[in-house]
Design a protein around this ligand. Structure first.
Ligand code: S3P
Length: 431
């Protein structure tokens, strides 16, 4: 599918974004192994989170979407820690790295074998990062070329481990913690850079005794029972990022995004934007299910540009495609370092960003672990290729708002991996 985008004269309005993708995956998996029916409000509409639900259904966990008092709700009928059943076929994780990596932790502890596969992009993504700790815990895992999906996980009794993650990855941390729920003794994860802590928070909400210190988390297994809960998923800040940055860059803009997740391990984006001079404010903040949720307001701003490196890179890793657009429009440009992980996302995002920026006549210098984009550049309309990567499709749709003429986004349907309503929402705020 090709979308056509032209210059915007303003971005104005008040919007909400779909439920957070990271939190939705975790709630679906944990509700499946909790005892009883959980109600999940604002579950992500993205295809990735439906892949997780499909996998859980194949493992014997039923769910349904219902409406209660005009509010849509997902009900997941959990069967307890030992309630999963062997699937009759191969589980399909689709495009979702979170599904395959986190679910592997649960499957490693089951008294049966499971094969997990995904689409072409997922089939190229590195899995050794979860295979290694799970093997140390006692699981046997087969993979294509010993590192790629499909994964066949021969589950069984697990040993607790103290694991130090070699790459900053919340998916790896979560995988080990989920396996640790079933292992005898204390499982812990130490990270050199803090990553998103949604698993730790969700486990606590469902009644697990999880102890957290900075960059260190531990739990004692086996956990005999998690409790079914009512859970509300905050809006996805990584989805809101596209519109917030559109409002900062397009003249005469003022945008409100309500009900968005503001967990401090996810708000690195706001710190980066504020340091560049962005007029972006939190209007309201509250806690729900242990997660912070609030309303954001963004207005057209002069943006300085800057350097993103170290822990900040990890904190904004999903926002780097849209930050690259901002970088080209900023005063001094954008340098990104320590971003080797970008090369193993849904696409090699350093390449997919560079290719599409150059198509729009924007200069970029790439490096193995980052890029530099000079500032004060002008976007020209172009034919963009998403390469099937949702965040590339959405980031370059925002770039199209800055160009005179029509920008064509080929493969725009990729947006539905995390944000099926993206183009409708965008049309509603363009002036
Ligand atoms: C995610 C963690 C990050 C992020 C991904 C979602 C999660 O990946 O990029 O979109 O839900 O835990 P890594 O764990 O590979 O850093």
């Amino acid at each position: 599918m090709t979308e056509q985008i032209s210059r915007a004269r303003g971005i104005r309005g008040a919007i909400a974004v779909p439920g957070d993708k990271s939190i939705s995956h975790r709630y679906a998996m944990l509700a499946s192994i909790a005892k009883g029916s959980s109600k999940i409000y604002n579950y992500s509409t993205g295809a990735d989170c439906h892949s997780t639900l499909g996998c859980m259904r194949a493992l014997g966990i039923e769910h349904e979407f219902a409406t209660e008092n005009d509010t849509p709700v997902l009900k997941v009928h959990g069967k307890g820690m030992r309630g999963l059943r062997q699937a009759s076929g191969v589980l399909d994780a689709g495009n979702s790295g979170s599904t395959i990596r986190m679910l592997s932790g649960i499957l490693a502890a089951q008294p049966f074998s499971t094969t997990l596969a995904g689409d072409e992009s997922l089939s190229k993504r590195p899995m050794r990062r979860i295979m290694k700790p799970l093997a140390e815990m006692g699981a046997r895992i087969e993979a294509a070329n010993e590192q790629f999906p499909p994964l066949t996980i021969h589950g069984g009794p697990l040993r607790a481990i103290a694991y130090q993650t070699p790459v900053a990855s919340a998916q790896v941390k979560s995988c080990v913690l989920l396996a640790g729920l079933y292992a005898e003794g204390e499982t812990s994860v130490t990270e050199s850079i803090q990553t998103r802590d949604h698993t730790e928070i969700a486990l606590r909400e469902l009644g697990a005794d999880v102890r957290v210190q900075p960059r260190f988390v531990r739990l004692r297994g086996p956990v005999t029972e998690l409790h079914a809960r009512e859970l509300a998923v905050p809006g996805d800040l990584s989805s809101a990022a596209f519109f917030l940055i559109a409002a900062l860059l397009v003249p005469h803009s003022e945008l409100i995004v309500s009900g968005v997740g503001l967990n401090p391990t996810r708000t690195g984006l706001l710190d980066v934007l504020r340091a560049m001079g962005a007029a972006i404010h939190v209007l309201h903040l509250e806690e729900r299910n242990g997660e912070m949720i609030g309303t954001l307001e963004a207005r057209t701003s002069m943006l300085k540009g800057g350097v993103i490196e170290g822990a900040t890179t990890a904190a904004v890793i999903d926002e780097l495609p849209i930050l690259s657009i901002l970088g080209a429009a900023s005063e001094t440009g954008l340098t990104v370092r320590d971003a080797a992980e970008l090369r193993v996302k849904e696409t090699d995002r350093i390449e997919s960003i560079a290719h599409n920026l150059r198509a729009m006549q924007i200069e970029i210098e790439t490096a193995p672990e980052g890029f530099y984009i000079p500032g004060r550049q002008r976007f020209q309309p172009a034919a963009i290729e998403s390469y099937g990567d949702h965040r590339i499709a959405m980031a370059f749709s925002i770039a199209g708002l800055l160009a005179d003429g029509t920008t064509y986004i080929h493969g725009a349907e990729a947006a539905s991996v995390s944000f099926p309503e993206f183009y409708n929402t965008l049309r509603g705020i363009i002036r």
